[in-house]
Write a protein that binds this ligand. Structure first.
Ligand SMILES: [Zn+2]
Ligand SMILES: [Zn+2]
Length: 452
């Protein structure tokens, strides 16, 4: 028997947690956390204590009660007995929390597979933000690269890279006893590495799959123009060119394509790209795998920002040991304040505080997310805070956005090209739309199995 059971990623964007069973093999495709996880029962300080295991989550059915899957530690206060795991592998498509966020719950002995760049990213984020992305302990964490063949008993998995808003994203082609199954992960095809996704589509097509699990984050949006990364770069360039002060940019530090767009725009305008020490550490860690990234220690177009510390003297020992690595390329608010037109500075929400020291005049701020975070209703309180800071410092606010996911036309092309026998929409709230594109669409339901 070959089947797929959807513990997440069915009827929702994100939270992929899909069990593939083929004869005696059990493999999870991603093990992510839903974006809505905990929203119904927890609020602000009402949250599960960190010492807790899964008992609180089981109570509200937030995590499926499955035996032989979770670690002893996670089950210690639950009624589920810990037993030797029966899962052969967990395959992680990329580092986003909606794909890897629940890895900390699983038994240490279950082999976990992820791309080398995904591992690097998770490592560096865990170092920087312990509670943000803790994937737990895994005795068998195996790295793969595009084109590898991973054998799990009689099942063979080929990960193929795809372009997404984070580097090291993969889709999988899985050879089962019934035929090939294609899993897209999250992907897009309108950035500088569209070639990766094209390669995945070509290989998926050649595998003549019996089923394709296809993400559909943007399947519902018909009218929206599909902004490309190139358009984002040219908008950032235009804003920077016209600015009479410093330019600030907000985007995810893990989005290296976006970093390159801002970095290129800064260079074009003879400005220096300013990043903080955390961002420097991330880029520094990824450079080994992503050769186009500049060297943050020596690159003439980059400066590393050191915030004011307790001593107010910017002396080296004010900073953590890892931060001191970039001290030779340091910049502080003093230099930026003196000559603001020379700089394009990355700024996270928590860094808005720096404006107090930078005292920007005639500055521009570019909000450049990957998804429509800024517009979301649930972000109203945060948005008000952003707006108040902009108003207070009289900063012009711009948006330059482009998605990490394929638009409807690209999804259509990918499905037509791969031409699977059955199409299974995942990571989407517009499953019905898939029926217009394929004659055999199987709609997954949470906690239910589809037999192939
Ligand atoms: Zn996702
Ligand atoms: Zn993603």
């Amino acid at each position: 028997m070959t089947s797929l059971t959807f513990y997440g990623g069915a009827g929702e964007i994100g939270g992929n947690k899909i069990l593939l069973q083929d004869k005696n093999v059990k493999i999870y495709l991603d093990f992510g956390e839903s974006f809505t996880f905990g929203k119904d029962f927890f609020y602000e300080y009402l949250s599960p204590r960190t010492v807790n295991g899964l008992e609180v989550y089981f109570e509200f059915n937030m995590i499926p009660r499955i035996s032989k899957l979770y670690s002893k530690e996670m089950l210690k206060a639950t009624s589920l007995k810990h037993q030797k795991p029966d899962v052969d592998a967990i395959l992680i498509s990329h580092s986003h929390s909606d794909h890897a966020g629940h890895l900390s719950f699983i038994d240490e002995d279950i082999p976990v597979y992820m791309g080398h760049c995904t591992h690097k990213l998770i490592d560096v984020y865990t170092r920087l933000y312990k509670s943000f992305q803790d994937i737990g302990i895994h005795n068998q964490l195996k790295e793969f690269k595009s084109g590898d063949r991973i054998k799990i008993k009689h099942v063979e998995i080929t990960p193929i890279h795809v372009e997404h808003s984070v580097p090291g994203a993969y889709g999988f082609i899985i050879k089962t006893s019934k035929g090939n199954i294609v899993y897209t992960g999250d992907f897009r095809m309108h950035g500088p590495r569209a070639d990766l996704t094209k390669e995945f589509i070509a290989k998926a097509k050649a595998s003549k799959p019996i089923a394709m699990l296809c993400e559909g984050t943007r399947m519902s949006s018909d009218v929206e123009h599909n902004y490309t990364e190139e358009e984002v770069e040219s908008k950032v360039n235009e804003i920077t060119k016209a600015s009479k002060g410093a330019v600030f940019g907000h985007f995810a530090m893990s989005n290296v394509d976006r970093f390159m767009s801002f970095y290129n725009a800064a260079k074009k305008n003879k400005r220096i790209m300013v990043i903080d020490t955390r961002f420097a550490l991330i880029l520094d860690s990824l450079r080994e795998h992503i050769k186009i990234l500049p060297d943050v220690r020596t690159d003439k177009s980059i400066k590393v920002y050191y915030r004011i510390a307790k001593s107010c003297t910017f002396c080296e020992k004010d900073y953590a040991v890892w931060e001191r690595e970039y001290f030779n390329n340091k910049i502080t608010y003093n230099e930026i304040k003196k000559n603001p037109r020379k700089y394009l500075m990355h700024m996270r929400f928590v860094e808005l505080m720096e404006f107090v020291y930078l005292q920007p005049k005639q500055a521009d701020f570019i909000y450049s997310s990957s998804e429509h975070f800024y517009e979301g209703e649930e972000n109203e309180e945060e948005r008000t805070v952003w707006e108040n800071w902009m108003k207070h410092f009289k900063i012009r606010f711009h948006k330059a956005h482009c998605s990490g996911h394929a638009d409807k036309d690209t999804l259509k092309q990918a499905i037509e090209s791969i031409n699977p026998k059955a199409l299974i929409p995942i990571h989407t709230q517009a499953e019905e739309e898939f029926k217009k594109l394929h004659k055999n669409v199987l709609l997954p339901e949470k906690n239910k199995m589809i037999e192939l």
